[in-house]
Design a binder for this molecule. Structure first.
Ligand SMILES: *[C@@H]1O[C@H](CO)[C@@H](O)[C@H](O)[C@H]1NC(C)=O
Ligand SMILES: *[C@@H]1O[C@H](CO)[C@@H](O)[C@H](O)[C@H]1NC(C)=O
Ligand SMILES: *[C@@H]1O[C@H](CO)[C@@H](O)[C@H](O)[C@H]1NC(C)=O
Length: 448
């Protein structure tokens, strides 16, 4: 009897484990299945804690006390923290579990310019150091570590990072540590970010790392095209992340799926998996939809569809490097329209820098199964370049119904390919021989 019970438990445990590791929510039409929206009965306002939205008063204490109250006077179903219209200046702060940060229409939560007092936290183990400077890194403006059941939502209020001061420190080379993200969740699950405007992040805008079950929808992310490293959304070593119905226009990649950096990411070994990106529109001097270049924990099962890009550097960019190790598998990008783009599609094994000189030059990435279909472009300067690594060729690269019209007519630069195999069906301009030789044509038929 006891043994039977034990074996049922073991069986269910394995069933659940295999469920999480192999099946994505990718086929759902919207993100809603991934994290349920929660209604909170208990509501408090930042003004109950002395918050003043006059744009000058420092509200750090008000946010800390309100969130302390949510954490310690735990109410059934969690608590909503209401931020009324007004401009609330504050230092960075930590969220807690079972809470909703609700920004009313006209509410702005604004980061202080006090970079001297900005708290430092440990580097992420999968990066081994700060992304741009050695050592620790500045904590994100709004931060969550080890949380579950958190929502940041409302009526399209604004979270403003006032990043200009940080961008200038980067430009002047005077940064001591890596700049803060605007919003970061570490080791968290059950996160919804919706109906919020993110503005002028010091560094990456939204960074879920070591997270699962994260929904980001109906967000607007804005930063000037010349603002350095202001990536829109970077799911990093995270699974079941769904991003949809958003507008992103920043100074770096709009969405970049990552999983750690060289020897640190390889040792940490946490992949990004089951990432859905759909109905995203925007522009960037760098990439629209990116995988990498930090992919040392592996990236698999990514679906991006219904993407509209204009005035963008590279439409779709899969990037890795020698020393990265890891894998990039089962990536599908479809239904993309792009206009005024430098390079339509770029898949490359020579992108990005290394954390230090201890990276292993024999740690080659494994890249297999990238499907790009129904991609249309006008005013695309160069259609594409797909360049694998000599000792680790990229395989199963499949292009189907790709039509990228150039600015320069028939004289536009041809596709550039090396160390790659796969197939091409109805691709214009006609891609390289590596993808069009007859013996290749079957190699990715199953993907179409
Ligand atoms: C906020 O969270 C970080 C990371 O978990 C922690 O190091 C820091 O002490 C927290 N700050 C406060 C004020 O609780
Ligand atoms: C907020 O913005 C989103 C996305 O732009 C939009 O779909 C939604 O209708 C807006 N909501 C409100 C309450 O204005
Ligand atoms: C490929 O990824 C998609 C999600 O984008 C997933 O639904 C599908 O099951 C994956 N295929 C394999 C063979 O793992």
């Amino acid at each position: 009897m006891f043994r039977a019970l034990a074996s049922i438990l073991v069986c269910c445990f394995f069933l659940e484990a295999s469920f999480w590791s192999h099946i994505c929510y990718g086929n759902l039409i919207t993100c809603s299945g991934i994290v349920p929206m929660r209604y909170r009965n208990d509501k408090i306002s930042i003004t109950d804690f002395g918050g003043v939205g006059d744009g000058n008063t420092l509200n750090t204490k008000a946010f800390q006390e309100a969130i302390y109250r949510i954490q310690h006077l735990r109410r059934r179903g969690g608590t909503l923290l209401y931020v009324p219209p007004g401009v609330y200046l504050t230092d960075s702060f930590n969220l807690t579990s079972h809470m909703t940060l609700y920004l009313a229409r006209g509410a702005v939560i604004k980061a202080t310019q006090d970079t001297w007092n900005w708290p430092l936290i440990a580097p992420l183990p999968s990066y081994g150091r700060g992304r741009e400077r050695p050592g620790g890194r500045y904590m994100s403006f709004i931060h969550g570590d080890g949380l579950h059941d958190v929502m940041i939502t409302g009526e399209n209020g604004t979270i403003d990072g006032q990043g200009g001061i940080w961008w200038n420190m980067w430009r002047q080379g005077s940064l001591q540590f890596t700049r803060p993200n605007l919003v970061e969740f570490v080791n968290s699950r059950g996160i919804i970010i919706s109906n919020v405007i993110f503005k002028n992040s010091p560094f990456w805008n939204i960074h879920p790392v070591y997270c699962s079950n994260v929904v980001i929808r109906y967000v607007t992310i804005l930063a000037p095209p010349d603002s350095p490293n202001t990536d829109g959304i970077d799911p990093d070593s995270s699974s079941n992340v769904c991003i949809e119905d958003s507008f992103i226009s920043t100074g770096d990649d709009l969405v970049a799926v990552k999983s750690g950096w060289d020897e640190y990411g390889i040792a940490y070994g946490r992949p990004s998996s089951c990432i859905t990106i759909r109905r995203v529109t925007g522009s960037s001097p760098f990439a629209g939809i990116a995988v990498g270049s930090e992919t040392s924990g592996g990236v698999e099962n990514v679906l991006a569809e219904n993407i509209v890009l204009y005035n963008t550097g590279i439409g779709v960019n899969v990037k890795t490097n020698i020393g990265r190790g890891g894998f990039i598998k089962n990536i599908t990008v479809s239904e993309v329209f792009m206009e005024n783009v430098r390079t339509g599609i770029r898949i490359a094994g020579d992108t990005g820098d290394h954390p230090d000189n201890n990276f292993n030059p024999n740690a080659l990435p494994y890249v297999k199964g990238i499907t790009l279909k129904n991609i249309w472009g006008v005013n695309v300067h160069q259609a594409g370049s797909i360049q694998g690594l000599k000792n680790a060729p990229f395989t199963g690269i499949c292009l189907s119904k790709v039509n990228l019209r150039s600015t320069t007519g028939p004289r536009s630069p041809p596709w550039k390919c090396s160390d790659v195999s796969g197939a091409a069906i109805e691709v214009s301009p006609w891609p390289c021989a590596e993808l069009t030789s007859p013996q290749q044509s079957g190699s990715c038929a199953s993907h179409f």
